[in-house]
Design a protein around this ligand. Structure first.
Ligand code: ADP
Ligand code: MG
Length: 248
């Protein structure tokens, strides 16, 4: 579902001579030790701060298409020349995002936040959207918090709303950047167990729609949840580890 070849990213700051080489020829490719992200895989990208993790995730998620090299998302070739319209359609249909700081809309309830991506994209009726949003909030364990505003929810609960929202358009890939970075250890475990369940059984809990997950973290304790851990340092993959079993 995700493949890339020699992806490099250089940040040029206006008025500054010096450039930052944030990614240095990163590949997820059949010809490389670092093979492409497979359907249903749970990949963790780990490494020190400033290593290029967020830059990489933003490129894989097509939020940033200003890079050198080749990227394929669900067999769509992504280049500098892709239009914003094409990329935003691709994101809306195929990719769910979760960020460290939840990024919920503060004036909307949990239910309204989850419905929002469907309102922008989906052709289904209002009734169907409502039904799916309620189902998803149930899936993340928040059936009794649907009408709460983000400010009336704990950090862990807000992040679970954000996960439900990311799943609302049935994306092929879920991308998460430090989703537990602002959470206490109890909420971290709750969120990680939820992600593992979504990866293994899918958003609908029917084992049919297993979600592919790519998650960035600097927390080594979370590695046990993944199938594969990619270590990023100084803009390069330095090694990978494969877990035979995923466990909570
Ligand atoms: P990580 O997520 O692993 O902490 P980042 O991808 O955020 O790393 O950053 C990688 C490198 O790129 C760092 O040296 C950082 O300072 C630099 N960088 C990140 N974003 C920008 C930006 N918008 N402009 C200039 N430099 C940036
Ligand atoms: Mg980061």
């Amino acid at each position: 579902v995700v493949k890339c070849k020699s992806v490099s990213k250089i940040y040029k700051l206006p008025g500054v001579e010096e450039e930052v080489r944030a990614l240095n020829s990163i590949s997820l490719d059949e010809d490389s030790e670092f093979y492409p992200v497979k359907r249903g895989e749970f990949v963790i990208i780990r490494g020190p701060s400033g290593g290029g993790k967020t830059t990489l995730l933003n490129i894989l998620g097509t939020l940033d298409s200003d890079f050198d090299g080749e990227l394929f998302i669900m067999n769509n070739k992504i280049t500098k020349d892709c239009s914003d319209d094409f990329l935003s359609r691709l994101r809306l249909k195929n990719i769910g995002f979760v960020f460290q700081s939840f990024n919920l809309i503060s004036t909307m309830t949990a239910l309204e936040n989850v419905m929002l991506p469907m309102t922008i994209d989906s052709t289904s009726s209002e009734k169907e959207k409502l039904k799916r949003a309620k189902l998803l909030l149930g899936r993340v364990g928040l059936e009794d918090r649907m009408d709460h505003l983000p400010s009336e929810l704990s950090g862990g609960e807000q992040q679970r709303v954000a996960i439900a929202r990311a799943l609302s358009n049935q994306p092929d890939i879920l991308l998460l950047d430090e989703p537990t970075g602002d959470l206490d250890s109890t909420s971290t475990i709750e969120v990680m167990n939820l992600l593992l369940s979504i990866n293994k059984f899918g958003p609908n809990n029917d084992r049919k729609s297993k979600s592919t997950i790519v998650m960035v973290t600097h927390n080594p304790e979370l590695e046990c949840y993944a199938n594969r851990i990619l270590y990023v340092q100084d803009g390069e993959f330095i090694k990978q580890a494969i877990n035979e079993y995923q466990q909570a």
